[in-house]
Design a protein around this ligand. Sequence first.
Ligand SMILES: NC(=O)c1ccc[n+]([C@@H]2O[C@H](COP(=O)([O-])OP(=O)(O)OC[C@H]3O[C@@H](n4cnc5c(N)ncnc54)[C@H](OP(=O)(O)O)[C@@H]3O)[C@@H](O)[C@H]2O)c1
Length: 335
Amino acid sequence: MKAIVFTKYGTPDVLELREVDKPVPKDDEVLIKVHAVSINDWDWGALQGIPFINRLLFGLLKPKKKILGSDIAGRIEAVGKNVEQFQSGDEVFGDLSGEWGGFAEYVCARENALALKPASMTFDEAAAIPQAAMLAVQGLRDKGQIQPGQKLLINGAGGGVGTFAVQIAKLYGVEVTGVDSSGKLDMLRSMGFDQVIDYTQEDFTKNGQCYDLILDVKTNRSIFDYTRALSPNGSYVTVGGSMARLFQFLFLGPLISLISKKKIRIVALKPNKDLAYLNELFEAGKVKPVIDGPYKLSEVPKAFRHFGEGRHKGKVVITLEQNKRLENVLSLVEI
Ligand SMILES: NC(=O)c1ccc[n+]([C@@H]2O[C@H](COP(=O)([O-])OP(=O)(O)OC[C@H]3O[C@@H](n4cnc5c(N)ncnc54)[C@H](OP(=O)(O)O)[C@@H]3O)[C@@H](O)[C@H]2O)c1
């Protein structure tokens, strides 16, 4: 099968399209024909081996897992003998982080990493959902305990998490401000953000505004800047960003909660936990993934460059559907 392989850490130039062995499912796994896969910030970090924790997970000097890609959607082609929930032909999607292997024509996965894809959801849409939407739900609802009537600010609003978070937040009847770079502000307005702030022009922690809830995907400021921008009972929730900052938040967050009514929380992703909830929202027309692309499998290095430059809007998706369409055309030609 074809796959995008990396054998050393580096820029997207180290990603190569190669012919590799098709994986074989273990007894508790299914084999999936991948139809779409999306890029996450974690893929980007793993590609470079930065921050260092990625070297601990992937290999100190060179990557042991050679195919990245966690958020996949596809059709089950074979099932291991202990698999109970799925059968061949099922259309599924999920976050395979820990196992990886999504930038390929086939991947194996354990059944607890997968959910059935609704028939009305395309494979591209399904591949955009798992990690970013789970972070948005778990950040707003579980850690942020979002309430109707609140003022919410999303820092890093135009990427994967932010574009899901605004749609989920609007279901609670909150006023949402989005912070991102100038090129993304029109998209944010069109998605329903009530206010937008260009971070290259304005520092939202110094403009005198206060928010009941801040959801942060960048965590690029000091904890004191963020607490200044919180209302007296406000909550700050980070889903990720600078490791040094996150350690600061881990140690100082509880102290701030002790001396004030402000809360500082860090999301530890529970992969796939809320996929059924996202399916419900999607089928009710309440959430729709924002897709940048789709790119072809051979274009994965280009898609990574686009992602790394921060030019993407929503989720960067790679589709393998074109291969299928090409196969169909070729079979018609043979007939
Ligand atoms: N907690 C966990 O267990 C866990 C698990 C997986 C991932 N994560 C984290 O989840 C996050 C993924 O977020 P995502 O998928 O939404 O990422 P993303 O798609 O890269 O979006 C980030 C957005 O932030 C914008 N941005 C860049 N610099 C900014 C700044 N200084 N101020 C405001 N916005 C800025 C980017 O646009 P421009 O570049 O154009 O500015 C981009 O639109 C990452 O932080 C990752 O580490 C956490």
